[in-house]
Design a protein around this ligand. Structure first.
Ligand SMILES: C[S@@+](CC[C@H](N)C(=O)[O-])C[C@H]1O[C@@H](n2cnc3c(N)ncnc32)[C@H](O)[C@@H]1O
Length: 236
């Protein structure tokens, strides 16, 4: 499957069912994108670089084993490297070679580097992993498959990084949307967003989560309130 299979707009968020390589292809965006069956770091990095604006930040999630290869690929694509952000997930699974209890976010920039919004933010953030994605699975998903997305991220973590790297009203993109945590964070913090996911099961989950977030915003936000006041009213 390549290109765009479904294209849904919920509030200021656009959710696309399709493969990231196809969605970023030349006829859709002005870059040198190609279609990939398997997206390697070296393949995705130039595509992502091509669609970002000239002063954009990018945060690339990677495990300790993947971080080196990811950093080399995004460096080669032209990104500047700011820092390695650490997500302390608090929980950990038993392992023979130490329990992995954190993930990394390569904090990168394109072009002119912007300052983060809250300069008192630390590079290490403790944020519990709170899987909710399986609660949004369709009724057609059999009981033995009703598990959370394997790499679901907490909305609060996405909102924290997004709040530091963007302003309200900016456009955020997650080309590997999964269960939609990034897009939910965008909806809840007043950012526009584009999410791309190739698996219909998780695309549907993302749509349901974003629709719920948009509905909640409508209930909670006075229509005429300025964006900053609206954000203060949101409990992430
Ligand atoms: C690491 S997960 C993202 C999880 C997400 N951050 C969340 O909170 O649920 C990566 C997702 O990218 C999707 N994916 C992999 N290759 C893709 C491609 N070429 N285009 C679009 N989505 C892709 C996978 O199906 C998977 O759901």
């Amino acid at each position: 499957m390549t290109g765009i299979q479904r294209d849904i707009t919920i509030g200021s968020c656009r959710l696309i069912l399709g493969e990231m390589g196809g969605c970023f292809a030349k006829d859709a965006y002005d870059n040198s994108g190609e279609l990939f069956d398997m997206v390697e770091w070296a393949d995705m990095a130039p595509l992502i670089y091509g669609v970002l604006s000239d002063d954009a930040d990018a945060i690339i999630m990677a495990s300790d084993r993947e971080e080196g290869a990811a950093r080399a690929a995004f460096d080669a694509a032209g990104f500047g490297f700011h820092r390695l952000l650490v997500w302390d997930k608090i929980t950990a699974t038993p392992n023979r070679w130490y329990m992995p209890n954190c993930e990394f976010g390569l904090y990168l920039y394109k072009g002119r580097a912007r300052r983060i919004t809250d300069c008192s933010s630390k590079a290490l953030i403790r944020c519990p992993q709170q899987d909710v994605s399986h609660l949004y699975l369709g009724a057609d998903v059999p009981p033995d498959q009703r598990r959370p997305h394997a790499t679901e991220k907490p909305v609060a973590l996405m909102a924290h990084w997004m709040g530091n790297s963007t302003d309200p009203g900016d456009l955020v993109i997650d080309p590997f949307m999964g269960s939609g945590s990034t897009i939910v964070a965008a909806a809840r913090t007043g950012r526009a967003a584009i999410g791309i996911e190739k698996d219909p099961k998780w695309f549907d989950v993302a749509c349901a989560r974003v629709a719920e977030a948009a509905e909640r915003n409508q209930m909670e936000m006075p229509v005429s309130a300025p964006v900053s006041a609206q954000q203060e009213a949101l409990a992430l």
